[in-house]
Design a protein. Structure first.
Length: 141
């Protein structure tokens, strides 16, 4: 029987750069992302100029006291989707409910826009889905 070369794990992996998650933090690539962000400097302002407040409500995260310096006002919250978004933004972002409510609000917004965009076509689609031809056949004399 041939003799086997017994080596330790450290000797086997010594030539692999970056081996080991518990290595020296100075050489780990993920460590800068784990540290707290700090201002880099070089900006010509101490605090960014703020946009004027809009005429309608703009939704913001629950953790913020005021709106961010730049915010979007292209589509204000409206209808049932707006109500769902308001409820979602009252929930902290780290909760799954927050994201799921925003996804549902997007789907509801699509339905609202389709119903308002072409009501006759939407009504025909809804009647077709629920058996509208059967209903119209029963109503005709």
């Amino acid at each position: 029987m041939a003799e086997q070369d017994l080596t330790t794990s450290e000797q086997i992996h010594a030539d692999i750069p970056g081996w080991g998650v518990d290595g020296d933090p100075e050489t780990r690539p993920g460590v800068p992302m784990l540290s707290k962000p700090a201002p880099r400097g070089g900006a010509h302002w101490k605090r960014p100029e703020r946009q004027p407040p809009p005429d309608f409500p703009v939704l913001k995260r629950a953790e913020l006291d005021e709106l961010t310096p730049a915010f979007g006002t292209a589509v204000p919250p409206k209808g049932l989707s707006g109500v769902l978004r308001r409820v979602a933004y009252a929930i902290p972002e780290n909760r799954v409910r927050h994201v799921m409510l925003l996804l549902v609000a997007d789907r509801v917004d699509v339905l609202e826009s389709r119903l308002l965009g072409a009501p006759a076509k939407s009504l025909g689609t809804v009647l077709g889905l629920v058996g509208g031809s059967w209903l119209l056949g029963r109503l005709r004399p």
